[in-house]
Design a protein around this ligand. Structure first.
Ligand code: NG1
Length: 377
């Protein structure tokens, strides 16, 4: 506990995942970066146990911290604020409430983790207002679980990177136990975030599709006699698992299993490629990841396929959908010397010259904890 300040601000970035898609929930490693676009929560502590939150363009929400917390109807932004309160109070006593003023430079529903950033910002603000400075490990124990309040059964990737990223680095996130290792992005490597224009909303239908894939992968591993996909990869070689899957699994279970096993291997290789500054290999892995998400997991859509194809034709070394898919954004990888031309060509080919605000550099930036430390708090 530190002395509780009366007011302050916390900033939490969005993210793009470079590689390792739809495998965090199988406790397999992933490699995202945090963006320089953020959600900021300015907070003011109040003695009453209430939360009053206002978000530009979304209105106000208010609730008490000392009573039962029931979600508002699905889709209400205030549920992320309630999720934050619900997660924080399970672990820490929250004597004080907060007034929150929320601002964002992060596009909403573009698959860049704006909801995780919002929930994390509200959690950190509530904790700061109560004089509590929690560490990465403690926050990772409450945040991914806490997002279940809004109904998404996600993994921990988004929370890990928005908290723990370091400037200029991608973050290798491992699970069970959770561990975050910064991997410096080689000089001259450029990532672009490109919005497909299809809203990646966490509607009930999309949530169901997401969960279906998660559980199909899990069932597949069990059908092959393993506790999960991670255990399968620890106990058998890649070629043997592929043979087993082809002989004993079919349909969705087979495809989800093969995607996860292949993607885990690609993450391992991508980290190696990043550490040895092998741009060609890194790009190829991104393209293979997209193909697997499209053909095996079936989480892409026509717009994401067209966007990633336009990026490759524009001279990008690699491009893939990023995040859960079903819309949202793609991540495009190229070298600095090609970046302007690649962006201009994607602008022409995919956006018909109107790329403003929809195609921007994903500059590997600091996570919330580094930002708090820098602010000298
Ligand atoms: P997004 O794109 O934020 O919905 C979701 C999960 C991640 C991960 C990816 C797929 C949440 C909060 N996030 O990301 O944990 O599973 O899908 O790789 O559910």
């Amino acid at each position: 506990m530190s002395a509780a300040a009366a007011r302050g601000a916390v900033a939490v970035p969005g993210r793009v995942n470079l590689i390792g898609e739809h495998i965090d929930y199988h406790d397999l490693p992933v490699l995202p970066v945090a963006l320089d676009r953020r959600i900021t929560a300015e907070w003011q502590a109040v003695e009453e146990p209430v939360v009053r939150a206002r978000s530009e363009g979304f209105g106000e929400r208010e609730f008490r911290l000392d009573g039962p917390l029931e979600p508002w109807p699905a889709g209400d932004w205030g549920n992320y604020v309630k999720a934050a309160a619900s997660a924080a109070r399970q672990r820490w006593p929250l004597a004080r409430g907060v007034v929150l003023e929320i601002r964002s430079t992060l596009p909403v529903a573009a698959g860049l983790s704006s909801s995780t950033a919002l929930m994390t910002a509200c959690t950190l603000a509530l904790l700061e207002a109560n004089g509590i400075r929690a560490g990465f490990g403690e926050l990772m124990e409450i945040l991914p679980e806490g997002e279940y309040f809004v109904g998404t059964r996600g993994g921990g990737m988004d929370h890990a990177v928005v908290l723990g990223a370091r400037e200029g680095c991608a973050l290798l996130v491992e699970f069970a136990p959770v561990r975050a290792t910064p991997v410096p992005v080689p000089e001259g490597w450029v990532f672009l975030a490109a919005d497909s224009g299809v809203q990646a909303e966490k509607s009930a239908a999309v949530r169901e599709q997401y969960n279906e894939r998660r559980f199909a992968g899990q069932r597949a591993a069990q059908r092959l006699g393993f506790a999960g996909i991670r255990q399968a990869l620890e106990q058998a070689g890649a070629a043997e698992l592929r043979r087993m899957a082809e002989a004993r699994l079919d349909g969705m279970e087979r495809r989800c299993f093969l995607h996860a096993a292949g993607e885990a291997e690609r993450v391992r290789e991508a980290v190696e490629a990043m550490r040895t500054a092998d741009a060609e290999r890194f790009g190829r892995l991104l393209n293979e990841s997209h193909a697997s998400l499209r053909d095996l997991l079936a989480v892409s859509c026509a717009e994401l396929d067209a966007l990633t194809e336009a990026a490759r034709q524009a001279g990008a070394l690699g491009a893939r959908l990023t995040g859960a898919g079903f819309g949202g954004s793609a991540v495009v990888f190229c070298l600095e010397e090609d970046a302007e031309r690649v962006a201009a060509e994607i602008g022409g080919r995919f956006y018909g010259g109107r790329a403003e605000g929809r195609l921007f550099r994903a500059v590997p930036s600091a996570g919330a904890l580094e930002l708090i430390a820098r602010a000298g708090g």
